[in-house]
Write a new protein. Structure first.
Length: 572
């Protein structure tokens, strides 16, 4: 009954009693039933409860998905399941072999398919995805990989007069692969289409026919049209923030800091495509792990080092190893910037200490939108209610009771420096600095968020709306807020994603402060400005997939620039 509940056949088979109709009478859903229901409702995305589930390989087909009859059919001594395990470059070689070895009669039957496969594979390869296998699930692809797969499908089209709007197509791309993306976008243009690209990559900007710069900064300091025109037009525009980054090629970092006494050693790592990699990673330094897509960077850092799925030594010097990737901080809409940084607790305490609050007996809990008391109960403090649109996605509608202000009227009448509690949540971090300038504890947190380039975020902004890069910086900032002196190793996945070159300087400033406290940072990175600012670089390659998994160079940015075998060094 505990497992399956009172409605289950298992329980009904054991008793003649009728099933209780209400919880009060003893109706119980059952732990297993409840878990499966949640699993189905959330499409398998269970969060913490995922520990109760595991996937196993099908014993009948051994994970190949096909019946034995289908697996028995072979072309050139290979079944379709064997072909699915090849990476796309190997598959292209196999297709070419087929063309050479089939008889004239056989060729006439399948020639149209072979040519179609070859065309598609070449396009995907040109986008730097030759290391993927056919059996790879699309849900395992990164955002950049998914976008490029879609781009390759677009290229099959002979449509003209189409407007393509593409959001950062070079995200997660090595500079070498960026060239392929630029080439593809130019071909789309040459077919008579318009290609609008939102982009931070200066290489793409240099190749654009026309640039539109919005700014000058972010949040309330942005939203203006700074300049439009060619690259030369922006270079002559005094207001342009991007012109310095487009015209100046990066200079390698000169003042490389002294590494910690004990390095982290990885010995004979063979995870995924890693070819028995052994490497010493410096500590108390900013280390970039670089290489083309699929070269084994994530396998080395997140799987082998982060999960210790191999022979790793030197981690005992750290009290904590924190992996910060591009996944969202939380899926809970109630979590926002103020609650995540814990600054909202201090803000509520400030309001609770006001004379009007004490006169009405209002404690800090009355200024919380997460608990009963002062919040609007119609929307339960969210400021909006969900409207069921039947066949469409549910829609957020401003709460009719509080009109989006989250709290009851008597709570909203209490103000601090002219702002009520909801006004504070609607303020940006930078605006809140002025409001709470006399509150040292709050001011310190808000100042840090501004220094790392997050001053434009609203305090009440839901964490579900943050980009991967914003989420990473917010997670990192909480580590700086801690007063303890414990040594931490941070493993970061492309922290520069979605960042303007101007914002990268804030991120590097944050890194320097963390390292000066004795922490160590290892990041998988493609951004040339970020790599240039590193103390040490580990370059994997030479290609992706089976042709990758080797360390082809390592050293300081200056040493990498002079190393002819480093692919990344060429772009530095």
């Amino acid at each position: 009954m505990l497992c399956y509940g009172t409605s289950s056949k298992e329980v009904q088979n054991l008793t003649d009693k009728k099933e209780p109709k209400t919880v009060g009478d003893g109706k119980f859903q059952g732990v297993m039933t409840n878990l499966w229901r949640k699993y189905q409702e959330k499409s398998g995305d269970m969060g913490k409860e995922s520990i109760f589930f595991y996937s196993d390989r099908c014993p009948d087909c051994n994970g190949t998905k096909l019946t034995e009859q289908s697996r028995r059919v072979k072309v050139m001594d290979r079944s379709i399941t064997e072909i699915s395990t090849l990476d796309l470059e190997q598959l292209l070689e196999w297709v070419n072999e087929c063309s050479l070895n089939l008889t004239k009669e056989e060729r006439s039957v399948v020639d149209v398919y072979l040519r179609d496969i070859e065309t598609k594979l070449k396009r995907i390869k040109r986008l730097g995805l030759g290391y993927l296998t056919l059996e790879r699930g699309t849900n395992t692809l990164s955002g950049g990989e998914s976008q490029r797969i879609r781009l390759s499908a677009i290229l099959d089209s002979d449509l003209t007069d189409v407007v393509y709007i593409i959001d950062e197509p070079t995200a997660s791309l090595h500079a070498k692969d960026t060239e392929g993306i630029i080439d593809i976008m130019k071909k789309l243009r040459d077919k008579g289409n318009t290609v609008l690209v939102i982009e931070h990559n200066t290489d793409v900007m240099r190749e654009a026919d026309y640039l539109i710069e919005i700014g000058p900064k972010a949040g309330r300091y942005g939203g203006e049209l700074i300049g439009t025109g060619t690259l030369e037009d922006l270079k002559n525009n005094e207001q342009s923030l991007i012109k310095d980054y487009i015209s100046n090629r990066s200079q390698p970092k000169q003042d490389v800091r002294q590494a910690g006494k004990t390095a982290i050693h990885i010995q004979d790592a063979t995870h995924h495509n890693l070819a028995s990699v052994s490497v010493a990673v410096p500590t108390e330094s900013l280390v970039s792990v670089t290489g083309v897509s699929g070269s084994g960077k994530s396998s080395l850092i997140f799987d082998v080092l982060g999960e210790q799925a191999g022979n790793v030594s030197g981690l005992e010097q750290f009290e904590e190893v924190i992996t910060i990737n591009q996944t969202s901080i939380t899926k809970m809409r109630r979590s926002n910037v103020a609650t995540y940084t814990n600054v909202f607790t201090d803000i509520r305490n400030v309001f609770a200490k006001l004379v009007e609050s004490k006169a009405q007996g209002l404690t800090s809990k009355y200024f919380s939108f997460n608990t009963n008391g002062g919040r609007c109960e119609t929307c339960e403090g969210l400021g909006y209610v969900m409207s069921n649109m039947l066949f469409f996605n549910d829609m957020e509608v401003v709460c009719p009771t509080c009109r989006g202000k989250r709290f009851k009227e008597n709570i909203l009448n209490i103000t601090y420096n002219g702002y009520n509690i909801n006004d504070c949540l609607e303020c940006s971090v930078e605006e809140a600095i002025d409001i709470f300038k006399s509150e040292a504890k709050i001011h310190k947190v808000l100042q840090l968020l501004t220094e790392i380039g997050l001053g434009y975020l609203k305090l009440g902004q839901s964490l579900t709306t943050l980009s991967g890069g914003e989420g990473q910086r917010l997670k990192l900032s909480t580590s700086l807020m801690k007063k303890n002196k414990q040594k931490t190793l941070f493993l970061l996945d492309e922290p520069s994603t979605g960042l303007h070159p101007y914002d990268i300087q804030y991120l590097l400033e944050l890194f320097n402060r963390l390292i000066d406290k004795g922490n160590s940072i290892i990041m998988v990175e493609h951004n040339i400005h970020m790599i240039n600012a590193s103390d040490w670089i580990i370059d994997l390659g030479p290609e992706g997939g089976v042709k990758g998994g080797h360390i082809i160079a390592e050293g300081t940015p200056s040493e990498m620039k002079a190393n002819p075998s480093s692919v990344t060094g060429q772009y530095l």
